[in-house]
Design a protein around this ligand. Structure first.
Ligand code: RP5
Length: 178
């Protein structure tokens, strides 16, 4: 099912002032986080992408999170793997909603990422999603839902996306090549 194929190339969405910041700890996270940007693009939501590491580029993270709201971002989606403190540190510096995507790690299959993102102490929330691709897609859809609260056109687009998803589900299973 290819529901998140962009209606236009993702770079076109990036020409508009971004509403969603998609950050990740490493280039190696992109294979997961591109599912987020493809979903945002399919819904025509402008976004930006940045590699921002909590431990390798701490100053970049602080600057990004502290200035995000003032630059017009409404939601930040942060993907990280292993000791995945990026979403939590980001949330510490902004009151924007921070959606955390646990990237699947080699050593522990993403359980380390999941637990380190989801177990935030009370007071600094990070909304945490499933490990890997599903979480990356759902974080984008949740960002869309948040933005839809004040954007009726986006709400319509989200309704259409859901309808297309339903229409793409076959009534009966078929034999697939082994
Ligand atoms: C984290 O460490 C990143 O989010 C990434 O998932 C993980 C591994 O990074 P690389 O060693 O592949 O750069 O900071």
């Amino acid at each position: 099912m290819t529901l998140h194929t962009p209606a236009f190339p993702s770079h076109e969405a990036e020409k508009l002032p971004p509403l969603v910041g998609v950050i990740m700890g490493s280039q190696s996270d992109w294979v997961t986080m591109r599912n987020t940007t493809e979903t945002l693009a399919a819904l025509h939501i402008p976004y930006e992408t940045r590699i921002v590491s909590a431990h390798r580029t701490p100053d970049r993270l602080a600057d990004y999170a502290k200035t995000a709201r003032g630059r017009g971002l409404k939601v930040i989606i942060a993907g990280a793997g292993g000791a995945a403190h990026l979403p939590g540190m980001c949330a510490a510096w902004t009151i924007l909603p921070v959606l955390g995507v646990p990237v699947e790690s080699h050593a522990l299959k993403g359980m380390d990422s999941l637990l380190s993102i989801v177990q935030m102490p009370g007071g600094v929330p990070v909304s945490t999603f499933a490990i890997g691709r599903a979480g990356a897609i759902n974080a984008a859809l949740t960002a869309a839902a948040i933005l839809s609260l004040s954007d009726p056109h986006l709400a319509d687009a989200l309704e259409s996306w859901r309808a297309a998803q339903s229409a793409a589900v076959a009534l009966e299973p078929v034999e697939e090549p082994a």
